[in-house]
Design a protein around this ligand. Structure first.
Ligand code: URA
Length: 269
């Protein structure tokens, strides 16, 4: 009979620091090793079974073991570091491109944050050059992919200013759906702005190109100012235009839960 491997008890994980915020998810050891670029997950399983992996100083041979980013993992005598994920929320100003580079050398969202973060991050989705407001940037490709995928139905809320006050009929048309050249589109929710008479708050699920502008044009008006105020449950409140901040741990966990990268039971706050 095959001898059962010794399950060694792992020491208590280190206390989280502020810099760890949002990055301390528990992941399987093979995934941790693979994300450090050492080898594939399958090859990592082999290294674990062969007793070549240590976690916090203990050899582990059990394939089911889970670790935290803050744990010390040594493979074949070398300490490894998986890519640390960072999550940045930027209040994008006007006249800024939301791609990573621009052939005309115009200011990009990356220019606004990169020197400060010191890491390569990518915008999750796009905002038009003159749209202001919330844009998320991260190096967490799996999360970004899910946030942008229509099947996860991530909600985006825009504050839309028009030259004239929209009529009740126009708002109803947005709720019921308008015809765009690439198919029908409808707002998930539309409310009048509590203060600005010529503005509405419109919530959409899809993220088609220039979708808000095209929907407003389809009801016979136009957008004079567009600002994204909510994305995937995150709000732009308290962040001045052009400024950015890191997401906190609670925000990252909630977002991961939203796109089913974390189940409800795992959400310990
Ligand atoms: N819809 C638009 O029309 N523009 C944006 O920037 C975002 C959504």
């Amino acid at each position: 009979m095959k001898k059962k491997p010794n399950k060694k008890k792992l020491p208590k994980p280190k206390q989280e620091t502020k810099a760890d915020a949002g990055t301390n998810d528990i992941i399987r050891l093979n995934k941790y090793i693979a994300s450090a670029g050492v080898c594939s997950r399958r090859e990592a399983d082999k290294l674990i079974e062969d007793g070549k992996v240590q976690v916090n100083g203990n050899i582990v041979t059990s394939l089911g073991i889970k670790v935290k980013e803050s744990d010390n993992v040594v493979v074949d005598g070398k300490q490894i570091n998986p890519e640390k994920h960072i999550y940045v929320l930027l209040n994008k100003p006007k006249n800024t491109i939301s791609t990573t580079s621009d052939e005309k050398d115009r200011q990009t969202v990356i220019d606004l944050i990169e020197d400060a973060t010191g890491r390569r991050v990518y915008p999750v989705g796009r905002l038009d050059r003159n749209t202001t407001g919330l844009i998320l940037l991260t190096n967490d490709g799996e999360l970004a992919h899910r946030l942008m995928h229509p099947s996860y139905k991530v909600r985006k809320v825009y504050q839309v200013e028009t030259p004239h006050i929209l009529t009740d009929e126009q708002l109803t048309a947005l709720r019921q759906g308008v015809e765009l050249e690439d198919g029908p589109a409808r707002a998930y929710k539309v409310d009048r702005h509590p203060v600005l008479a010529n503005a509405i708050r419109m919530s959409i699920i899809e993220g088609r190109n220039h979708q808000v502008k095209r929907m407003i044009e389809a009801i016979g008006s136009e957008v004079i100012n567009l600002k994204r105020i909510i994305y995937a449950g995150l709000t732009i409140d308290g962040l001045r235009t052009g400024r950015w901040r890191y997401l906190n741990r609670k925000e990252v966990l909630e977002m991961r839960q939203l796109v089913k990268l974390l189940d409800k039971k795992t959400l310990k706050l």
